[in-house]
Design a protein around this ligand. Structure first.
Ligand code: COA
Length: 258
């Protein structure tokens, strides 16, 4: 057990707090004066977080904290000044894609609004837990742009095309109960004070698995349909010869034979 244990180190930079634990990073958006709006500095630190997790794979808990805001989206002051070349530079899109492709599972813990790029940041995580006062919305079309950092493809994958199109066309904010009902979040907790504990509990359950089996499971689930079943066969072939598989199965059989 180490996940929920003491932080090994905590670093603060450019609107982000990074707490390192034995088996996971806890990354907290911390730009309350701008409602955790994602600006270029925050994107740069998120890239650093991704680089760290690519080099040294760990679980990730990503949160906006428990003060009632996850993230108000891309920084509109910066967004307003961006031109077509900035759009093509895929500023938020690229870092969210990198987050989505991290080797081990990621959980977003959402308290309060997750809007625009903030909602897309949560979709870039594998799983989402939220409080009953959380909400999700894609207001981009009302600002004259598209939800260009993942919602057009991740939202339909998460909740189905019909619901996704309604949310993307209208910008309607959905509450936590609806998010749970349509499968956008895995779990809703009533009290903000319980949010991070619930997210850590989920990660603790995940942390019981073989890390290599987790990695290959994530790769297989995220692979395009055409990669199946070949990818699954190769993954299983790798795992069948992994000493960790032998150790885990032997432990199971020994327990049963006792
Ligand atoms: N980009 C830049 N600044 C933002 C921001 C964003 N996405 N969201 C909020 N802010 C800033 C506000 O301009 C304000 O700054 P100021 O104090 O310098 O005037 C500050 O954060 C507080 O915002 P405010 O609207 O007063 O907070 P609130 O608690 O009443 O409401 C929200 C919070 C998130 C509901 C509201 O700020 C909001 O709707 N934000 C925009 C959401 C959006 O359209 N996102 C899509 C971006 S693509």
């Amino acid at each position: 057990m180490g996940g929920r244990g003491q932080a090994v180190s905590t670093v603060e930079s450019a609107g982000l707090r990074i707490e390192e634990r034995a088996d996971r990073l806890v990354v907290t958006l911390d730009r309350p004066e701008k409602r955790n709006a994602i600006d270029a500095d925050l994107v740069a630190v998120l890239h650093e977080v991704c680089g760290r997790l690519e080099r040294d794979p760990k679980l990730l808990l990503l949160t906006g904290g428990t003060d009632g805001i996850f993230a108000a989206g891309a920084d509109i002051a910066q967004l307003r000044e961006r031109d077509r070349l900035d759009a093509l530079a895929a500023i938020n899109q690229a870092v969210f894609a990198r987050l989505r492709a991290l080797p081990l599972p990621t959980v977003a813990a959402v308290d309060g609004p997750a809007l625009g790029g903030g909602a897309e940041l949560s979709y870039a995580c594998d799983l989402r837990i939220c409080t009953s006062r959380a909400s999700f919305g894609q207001p981009e079309v009302r600002l004259g742009i598209i939800a260009g950092a993942g919602a057009t493809h991740r939202l339909p994958a998460l909740v189905g095309e019909t619901r996704a199109k309604e949310l993307l066309f209208t910008g309607r904010r959905i509450d936590a109960a609806e998010a749970l009902r349509i499968g956008l979040v895995n779990r809703v907790v009533d009290q903000p004070a319980d949010l991070l504990g619930a997210a850590h509990e989920l990660l603790d359950e995940i942390a019981k698995a073989s890390p290599l089996a987790l990695r290959l499971t994530k790769l297989a689930v995220d692979a395009p349909a055409a990669a199946h079943p070949q990818l699954d066969l190769v993954s299983q072939a790798v795992l069948f010869e992994d000493p960790e598989k032998h150790r885990r199965m032997t432990a199971f059989l020994d327990r049963k034979n006792r």
